[in-house]
Design a protein around this ligand. Structure first.
Ligand code: SAH
Ligand code: SF4
Ligand code: F3S
Length: 439
């Protein structure tokens, strides 16, 4: 038998790309590829890329440049670009970087086997279609790798919201929800392969409305169905839009035992003027009221969010409104970004905030967020949390896992295995993790 071919995939961007990379490995697994952790011994390199900010997109070209030597040594090596940069700039990539053999968008990667064959025959292969067929169905029955205790599962893709700064509606296309029975089938299969925690993914995951047995099913409906899956212990979902936080979903946070008390609910800005210009269709006030309702349903929920500073025409006063909102919500985690001009989006044409000002705001916002994050984490000391153990820690005998609130927790010299879900009393809080002892 011939040696299996080796596939190296490097993943950038959001969790949906992580999920897609697993699916791409399965798609090529059917053609005899096995994954490798190093580009050096690969027969095929795939970069699964992100277009969300300029820096992310530019990385692709510098990364590709680094493979020049490798390709010269190994003429049979095929290099492909997948994901959101492929979707947005596929033809330009082919032009700018002759060593690229294959370009595939986020909605057509089930066609990778054919594209690979084309690339192997010496032709350039490019597919950035938005096909009608269900790519996940086309990938069914492919060889599947062993799994750790946590997994992502994409339930919804694309976005119809068109925030004025964002490329996602263009790179991922329109909002589509997968049928509930397929998601439940995939979830059961993941559990059979050892998974105990599933994070449901979507660019607007809470806009999910997939075909269920008795008509449209909401995300809350889907979560309740997953709650019945034996062996599945934890459910999470990300990313949510404030406008799709329906009553049944809020209620599920209070009553569904497997749904974890963590919610990533990006607001982007605390200024109504900026929110309006961002086309967010919620206000700071409506967001704060929403958080109140969520906390009434689940008082210990840990809130997480995303922010953009330096959006066109953001004044110091607008920025202060963002700081005020952060003070009121107190996020356990939050990701803040300097506005990045994205070609083709409406905000790209507007008067830009000077870079130094945006840098200064970003720093001030991050200082505040880090303070809150640390306070919330420190507040865990003395409490008992559930920890799902994921891997050995850096020190001998140490094991690391995540609490319900997504804090990293490590225990030393304890009799636990990867995949165990155990009660832990938190004894100490460090910069990015908690330490504890088994109860
Ligand atoms: N669907 C999610 C977010 C997807 S993108 C939502 O609606 O909240 C992840 C985050 O990247 C966004 O929440 C936003 O904070 C940030 N982002 C998106 N476009 C950006 C841009 N042009 N510049 C800077 N940050 C951006
Ligand atoms: Fe982008 Fe807005 Fe859609 Fe989120 S809701 S993916 S920020 S357009
Ligand atoms: Fe990036 Fe595409 Fe995700 S642009 S954030 S990889 S949807």
């Amino acid at each position: 038998m011939s040696e299996p071919k080796k596939l190296y995939i490097k993943t950038y961007g959001c969790q949906m790309n992580v999920y897609d990379s697993e699916r791409m490995a399965e798609a090529l697994g059917g053609k005899g590829y096995v994954e490798t952790q190093s580009p050096d011994d690969a027969d095929m390199i795939l970069l699964n890329t992100c277009h969300i900010r300029e820096k992310a997109a530019e990385k692709v070209y510098s990364e590709l440049g680094r493979f020049k030597g490798l390709k010269a040594e190994k003429p049979d090596l095929k290099i492909g670009v997948a994901g959101c940069v492929a979707q947005a700039e596929g033809e330009e990539i082919m032009r700018r970087q002759p060593l690229v053999d294959l370009v595939v968008g986020p909605q057509s990667y089930h066609r990778l086997p054919e594209l690979e064959a084309k690339a192997r025959s010496g032709e350039k292969a490019l597919d950035t279609d938005f096909p009608e067929e269900d790519k996940f169905e086309k990938l069914k029955g492919r060889p599947k790798a062993q799994r750790g205790p946590t997994a992502f599962l994409t339930v919804q893709e694309g976005c119809d919201k068109f925030c004025a700064f964002c490329v996602v509606p263009y790179t991922r296309g329109a909002e589509v929800s997968r049928p509930a029975d397929r998601i439940l089938g995939e979830a059961r299969e993941l559990v059979e392969r050892g998974v105990r925690e599933i994070t449901l993914l979507g660019q607007n995951v809470n806009a999910y409305h997939g075909a269920g047995p008795t008509g449209d099913m909401s995300l809350a409906g889907l979560i309740w169905e997953l709650n019945k899956v034996d062996g599945l212990e934890r459910i999470r979902f990300t990313t949510s839009h404030p406008n799709d936080m329906t009553d049944d979903l809020i209620e599920a946070h209070g009553t569904c035992e497997k749904l974890m008390p963590y919610l990533h609910l990006p607001v982007q800005s605390g200024s109504d003027k900026i929110l309006k210009r961002m086309n967010r269709s919620h206000t700071a006030e409506s967001y704060l009221r929403l958080v109140e309702r969520i906390r009434a349903a689940r008082p210990d929920i840990l809130m997480s969010g995303d922010f953009i500073v330096g959006f066109p025409e953001e004044t110091e006063e607008d920025f202060q409104a963002t700081l005020d909102l952060v003070e009121q919500v107190k996020y356990g985690y939050a990701y803040s970004f300097k506005y990045s001009t994205r070609p083709g989006t409406p905000a790209a044409e507007r008067p830009q905030v000077p870079t130094e000002e945006a840098d200064d705001r970003l720093q001030r916002l991050q200082t505040l967020i880090t303070r809150h994050q640390r306070e919330i984490q420190d507040g865990m000391v003395g409490r008992e949390v559930g920890v799902l153990f994921e891997k050995p820690g850096r020190l001998k005998g140490q094991m690391v896992g995540k609490s319900e609130y997504l804090h990293s927790v490590h225990v030393g010299d304890a009799d636990v295995q990867v995949g165990d879900l155990r009660k832990v009393r938190i004894t100490a809080s460090a910069a990015n993790s908690l330490a504890g002892v088994l109860v």
